[in-house]
Design a protein around this ligand. Structure first.
Ligand code: UD1
Ligand code: MG
Length: 456
């Protein structure tokens, strides 16, 4: 990592988040299937952080639990009282005192920051600055801290509430993100006071303090779309939209075709191969990978699934967690696959549920087949061999095994194992009665006539 410099990341997550109107802490709300906190952790990790401290408010065990679940090595620091962003950073004093080359301060509610941006800030420290702060050109600067630039250098950051008229005219605003040279960080943070409009300890004052010590401070910029934060549900949706926009471009840049990109929704971890075709209105939940040359037809929903090369899913296909499709598998309309392994060339073309199952290569599962995997208490498995043929509208009552090359007659309820290459039929035997329908119609018509007469 960057000239071998060590890095501590401090993620501030002690927000109140009242505008979310939610029982859940704000930073646990999700964008593309991952919590805001998860996005922040992933970005600073990718930027090379060796240690990560999450600063949370008191009584927020859910946030600590999420941090630990995402990254067992994460350290938790509690900020007992909300007394400002510098005060929050100092909750991580112990980690700061260990001594790192770079200290990154990130906000947990700003999930779109790219690792490259954090890396660019670290690069400024490596080049000799003591502080690098990230700014953006704000469409509406109201409420943000303003960057005061003098002679090309960042002289100070002035909070909106403390700013003069002239300073309020500045549109280059503080995104909140800061990188500090670790050697000086504690001394700078400890020197910050709270003599301001909000009586808070502002992290932004680190700039003026550093300048007072004759240290070098620099401003970097990022697009406003990258630094947008989440305070309410509308902003959450806006961040989601920006994430999806980026992900669609990434998927297409990697060689997949999206016919109507704006109608396809990805998860943070969706992996799409080359020459994959994705039709309109497809949703990817977490944990999906799609191999090269596969086709995902319109209106399909996939989560926790693996789609093999040249396989095809949908239209209206549903893949649930543990669905694993081999090469050239075909999943047709209104088919649901869960925790099932389908070998190469398997066809499940219509109206079928395959759950807790394995299906050998080249088997054909007819329309309306159901693996009956649940008896109200336990789940059981269905095992189907290679080259088997399951006739339409069959119920396979698990646990049950169907051998290689076996044939299941349509409409069967299969409750016992079927040997390889056997035929199994489990349904009522068909009977025909000559002339029955003709006689029935004649009798019925007679009865209807008599009934009408008695009414008259
Ligand atoms: C902060 C910046 C401002 C910047 C803006 C960008 C300061 C003083 N101001 O202002 O320059 O333009 O972000 O959005 O840094 N937090 C704590 N503990 C605290 C206070 C805050 O953990 O005691 C956390 C919050 O949860 C949040 C972040 O720090 O994640 C920023 O706090 P917030 O109160 O939103 O700061 P702003 O006033 O928006
Ligand atoms: Mg804020």
């Amino acid at each position: 990592m960057q000239s071998g410099r060590s890095c501590l990341a401090i993620i501030l997550a002690a927000g109140e988040g009242t505008r979310m109107k939610s029982l859940r802490p704000k930073v646990l709300h999700e964008v593309a299937g991952r919590s805001l906190l998860g996005h922040a952790i992933a970005s600073v990790s990718a930027a090379g952080a060796d240690a990560i401290v999450i600063v949370i408010g008191p009584d927020r065990p859910e946030v600590a639990a999420e941090a630990k679940a995402l990254l067992p090595a994460a350290e938790i620091a509690i900020q007992q009282e909300r007394r400002g962003t510098a005060h929050a950073v100092l909750a991580a004093r112990e980690a700061l005192a260990r001594g790192y080359d770079d200290v990154l301060v990130a906000f947990a509610d700003t999930p779109l920051l790219r690792p490259e941006t954090y890396q660019a800030m670290r690069a400024e420290l490596a080049k000799g600055s003591q502080i690098a702060a990230l700014g953006f050109e704000a469409r509406d600067p109201t409420g943000y801290g303003r960057f005061v630039i003098e002679g090309g250098a960042l002289k100070a950051i002035v909070e909106h509430k403390d700013a003069s008229e002239a300073e309020r005219a500045i549109t280059l605003c503080n995104a909140g993100l800061m990188a500090l040279e670790g050697r000086d960080a504690l001394a700078i943070l400890d020197a910050i006071g709270n003599a301001n409009a909000q009586n808070e300890y502002y992290l932004t004052d680190a700039v003026a303090v550093a300048r007072g010590k004759g240290l070098k401070t620099v401003a970097l910029t990022a697009p406003e779309s990258e630094v947008q934060g989440v305070n309410d549900r509308a902003q959450l949706a806006s961040v989601e939209a920006e994430f999806q926009r980026r992900k669609r471009l990434e998927v297409m840049a990697n060689g997949a075709t999206l016919i109507a990109p704006e109608t396809v929704f990805f998860s943070h971890d969706t992996r799409i191969g080359r020459d994959v075709l994705i039709e309109p209105n497809v949703v990817f939940g977490p944990g999906v990978s799609v191999a090269d040359e596969a086709v995902i037809h319109a209106f399909s929903h996939l989560e926790g699934a693996e789609v093999g090369p040249q396989a095809s899913v949908g239209p209206y296909g549903r893949l649930r967690p543990g669905a694993k499709l081999g090469r050239k598998v075909r999943i047709g309309n209104f088919v649901e696959i869960k925790a099932a392994d389908l070998g190469e060339g398997v066809k499940v073309n219509h109206l079928t549920y395959v759950g807790d199952a394995s299906v050998g290569p080249n088997s054909n599962i007819g329309a309306g087949t159901i693996t009956c995997n649940y008896d109200g208490f336990l789940k059981s498995r269905t095992t189907i061999g290679a080259g088997a043929f399951v006739g339409s509208n069959s119920s396979l009552v698990a646990p049950v095994t169907i051998g290689d090359g076996a044939y299941i007659g349509s409409g069967s309820v299969i409750t016992r194992d079927v040997p390889a290459d056997a035929l199994a039929i489990g349904r009522g035997r068909q009977v025909e009665r000559e002339g029955w329908a003709r006689n029935f119609r004649a009798e019925a018509q007679e009865m209807k006539k008599n009934a009408a007469k008695t009414k008259d």
